[in-house]
Design a binder for this molecule. Structure first.
Ligand code: FES
Length: 142
């Protein structure tokens, strides 16, 4: 297809993609468009909601059996970086024991995403804080 025959919306999308690629890693863009473990749970063993400093919120839901996180999901209506951070938290914690995830930090999320812009560091902090609040919810309940 020649440039002249391209759908105008394809051109706009291409321009947006090129602009986003200057700011975000390929992995962050991939997760933001293809979220992993995104969705609310009806009967989690632990859950949490935190509203971040920017007004975006994060929810984390956990199923924990024999001290192992067998299911974990997140939900946010926030930006793509927040979606990527929520996805990363679930990928890094699913199948791990509580003891194994106690050292999880925003740095782990940022490294997993191959970096985040300075203005989106708080997205990683929000995701990790919400995750630990959900773990605490589980620990106080059981
Ligand atoms: Fe505020 Fe992502 S949580 S922009």
């Amino acid at each position: 297809m020649t440039e002249i025959n391209k759908d105008p919306f394809d051109k706009i999308q291409e321009a947006v993609d090129n602009e986003m690629a200057k700011t975000f890693s390929k992995k962050t863009l991939h997760y933001s468009r293809n979220p992993v473990n995104m969705g609310r749970m009806n009967d989690p063993f632990g859950s949490a909601y935190i509203k971040g400093i920017c007004g975006d919120s994060m929810e984390i839901y956990l199923i924990i059996e024999n001290n192992v996180i067998t299911e974990v999901s997140f939900f946010t209506e926030g930006c793509g970086a927040t979606v990527a951070c929520g996805s990363a938290v679930t990928v890094l914690t699913k199948g791990k024991t509580i003891a194994q995830v106690l050292s999880l930090s925003p740095r782990d999320i940022i490294d997993h995403l191959d970096g985040l812009p300075e203005e989106n560091i708080h997205c990683a902090i929000l995701a990790v804080n919400t995750f630990f609040k959900a773990v605490a919810d589980y620990m106080f309940a059981y």
